[in-house]
Design a protein around this ligand. Sequence first.
Ligand SMILES: [Cu+2]
Length: 255
Amino acid sequence: MKAMRYVTTISAIILITGLSYAGTITGKITYDGDVPARSMLKATKDQHCIDAVKGTKSEALVVSKGTGIKNVVVYLRSRKAKVTPPAKNPVMDQMNCAYSPHVLAVVAGTTVDIRSSDPVAHNVHSHAKKDPEAAVNWQIAQQGKVFPLTLKKAEPIKFTCDIHNWMTGYIVVVENDHFAVTGDKDKDGKWISSDAYEKSSDAGTYTIANVPAGKYRIQVWHEELGLANRTVTVTDSGEVEESFTSSDFKKKKAK
Ligand SMILES: [Cu+2]
């Protein structure tokens, strides 16, 4: 009986500390002014690609009707924060002669399963700069075969296909678990396409929950707009709002 009470007390302490020293950061990432039209993509080789790419548009900058910007990676700079690579490897696919998803964010140490769903040969050219082992250039001739790639260093990595020069994608490797990507998935966890996002009224909202109280550098990354950052103070409970507009970004391409 005494032992039981002891266990209950300990559990209660863990529960209380676990709940009371974490807050949530929310905000919106929106576009200021006239939104540039997305350019049409054009495939120049492989009939499969010519057919698949016809009528599709660049995913480099996608803005919703609600001025939300898709594919902005929002993350906290802190080397002390928790790092939990996912139990199931996220997938970066080459499908319909495009990288899918166009932008994927993962925590350092994650292994991403790279694969192709297309019946034509692609290659996976990673432009990783901090980790030579992640700077691969693989031929993916075989549909469905999985190529695991472990990403140890935090940096945004551009991916191209040297066979099809319009194919680009990004894997943004971040330092810790506290990150989010605007407009990436719906409530059921399904990827939102760029075309669907453009038609939506999303306001570029993001949420980073379970952030231990403290002062952080919050950083935002977008492939075209570049980077922006600010200091944010998270209290031991409740929400703090931190929003950015396109004017806040440094107008240089984040390679
Ligand atoms: Cu390709």
